[in-house]
Write a protein that binds this ligand. Sequence first.
Ligand code: HEM
Length: 293
Amino acid sequence: MTASDESTDLRPRTLSLPPTGHGYGGGEGGPSDVRPLRQEKYELFGPACADALALFWYRWVTGHQISFLLWRLLGDALERCSHRAPTRLEREAMAACVDGYSTMLLYSATVPRDLYHAHIRERMALQHPAFSGAWAPDYRPLRPLFRSRLPWQGDPSCAALREAIGLNHMTHARIADRLVPDGQSLLQKHSGRAGISREKEDLFDDFFMTVRRPVSRSALTDQLNTRIAGITADLDGNGLYPLVDGEHHAVVPDPPDPSEEALHRLAANVLLSTHRAARLCADAENSLQEAHL
Ligand code: HEM
């Protein structure tokens, strides 16, 4: 497939992940190669978009799937550190995964608000009236980290990780406010249906075209490679904020307010940031494997 075919191929693909809490299947293979980035930069303000619904549906599903992949890698690193503090490489890889997830929040949320309400939110509400990010299976093991409850998180060596988590909370709040200014998530509107169950996790996976089955570590990297290539082609052709109904629906204005410079940096570095997370996770794992040789 050529680069121009890829940029017009806005069809999300099925993602295969190991069930949460289960190891990898399919042999002992390590992380395998994280493919080099084809390009780092893209226009923030892109041209008019031919099929906005297809583009933003692709971004919503693919942005979530890349988040799931990064969450899984982050969860693997946390599991390895359940009885010890992380090494320097692991701390860097964890902070990079959190930043990669933050850029995916932003990328997914580039959808114009009207289109989000008419199509994406509507589809989520049809899947379940209280549909929520809180049902994401791979986020479950990360909750203590995002709530700063792990014993080693307060150490001065974890400053960059703490900063990445702070920026992630700010990004989530920002995109929630942009897409749903009344502040009410579907879950909050249906407070009678609180609680997480296997059925809700399955509905969540199903919505984001995610199946649970034994997957090798290298197959996980391959799926990340393919999706990074897909969003590279998208951003190359469409820019981060394409023109929809005569407007660029920017999540962060350019130039940004001084208080929003960190968010703006995320917007300008979607590709670098996701790629860096994949690469640092592979480096951290390879160095642990070498240490055990
Ligand atoms: C880009 C897409 C999004 C992703 C990946 C995402 C992810 C998540 C995750 C993982 C949680 C669980 C946090 C925890 O349990 O500590 C969560 C909760 C929440 N999110 Fe998001 N979120 C997204 C978009 C939104 C939007 C657009 C809103 C606007 C209302 C929103 C509002 C909330 C709220 C209020 C919660 C708390 C639980 C609930 O009421 O559902 N999020 N989100």
